[in-house]
Design a protein around this ligand. Structure first.
Ligand code: NDP
Length: 245
């Protein structure tokens, strides 16, 4: 029997990369998983795979985390269907790296909307349910860029520092509520995240960089570790960086 049997976990950004891998790892531990993102066909494929492979239920809720009503609906559908929300993974995010001089103001707004407001909507929708249940676990996916700022990561880092600040405040405010909070900060992971970068100067810079990134699995395993600890253990901060060769 898995450590999360009969628990229900919502994972945002489950249509690819780290979120998809987290969904599989939590299902492997026995959790029912609710998969949220905009690309619902991909989510449905993952739900089918998860149900086939593990003895759990997987539900798809098409969600744009920048829309408060979508996130409220995600939590309501989960509550109606499964009766509780035990784990909420705030993973959906975009990393539209650009240099300030190139003035990608629309992309700055998009990062604020997805990376900060999306996380806040997740807290707004799930925390009241967890407080009522007197238990739950919120995992916020920040970044190493939420601990350090690099040229071209200025705005992305600002959003991930915000996620880290939210996690730190939540951890303190909720420490006696039964709701645990984990802030996880990955270094470079091989996913689709960089595919959306449009700043030519950043793309040129990337071409010259050599490094071996992590796999989504490496992060999913760390999340699975945090959410499978006994209820008195609060894993607040995890940083996972690739080794440089
Ligand atoms: P991917 O691009 O593979 O996944 C991003 C996910 O976010 C997708 O499932 C996407 O789904 C979802 N998403 C984006 N916008 C929205 C939206 N408006 N509403 C709902 N879902 C949305 O990247 P990763 O797996 O790498 O990224 C996951 C998280 O990890 C992000 O928060 C990222 O910042 C963080 N991270 C990643 C690192 C890396 O090197 N890869 C390093 C540090 C942190 P869809 O498009 O279907 O909506």
């Amino acid at each position: 029997m898995g450590k999360l049997t009969n628990k229900t976990a919502i994972i945002t950004g489950a249509s690819s990369g780290i979120g998809k891998s987290i969904a599989k790892h939590l299902a492997e531990e026995g959790a029912h998983v609710v998969l949220a993102a905009r690309r619902s066909e991909r989510l449905q494929q993952l739900a089918d795979d998860v149900e086939r492979q593990y003895n759990v239920r997987a539900k798809v809720v098409e969600t744009d985390v920048t829309k408060r009503s979508d996130v409220e609906n995600l939590v309501k559908e989960t509550k109606d269907d499964f009766g509780s929300i035990d784990i909420y993974i705030n993973n959906a995010g975009v990393m539209l790296l650009s240099f300030l001089k190139n003035d990608h103001v629309d992309e700055w707004e998009q990062m604020v909307d997805v990376n900060i407001k999306g996380v806040l909507y997740g807290v707004h929708a799930s925390l009241p349910e967890m407080l009522k249940q007197e238990g739950g676990h919120i995992v916020n996916v920040s970044s190493v860029a939420g601990h350090e700022v690099f040229p071209s990561s200025t705005v992305y880092s600002a959003t991930k520092y915000a996620v880290k600040a939210l996690s730190m405040g939540m951890e303190k405010e909720l420490s006696r509520s039964g709701v645990r909070v984990t802030n996880i900060s990955p270094g470079a992971v091989d996913t689709e995240l960089t595919d959306h970068i449009t700043d030519g100067d950043v793309l040129d810079m990337f071409e010259k960089q050599e490094m071996t990134p992590l796999n989504s699995e490496d992060i999913a395993k760390a999340v699975a570790y945090a959410v499978t600890q006994p209820s008195y253990v609060n894993v607040n901060e995890v940083i996972v960086r690739p080794m440089h060769k």
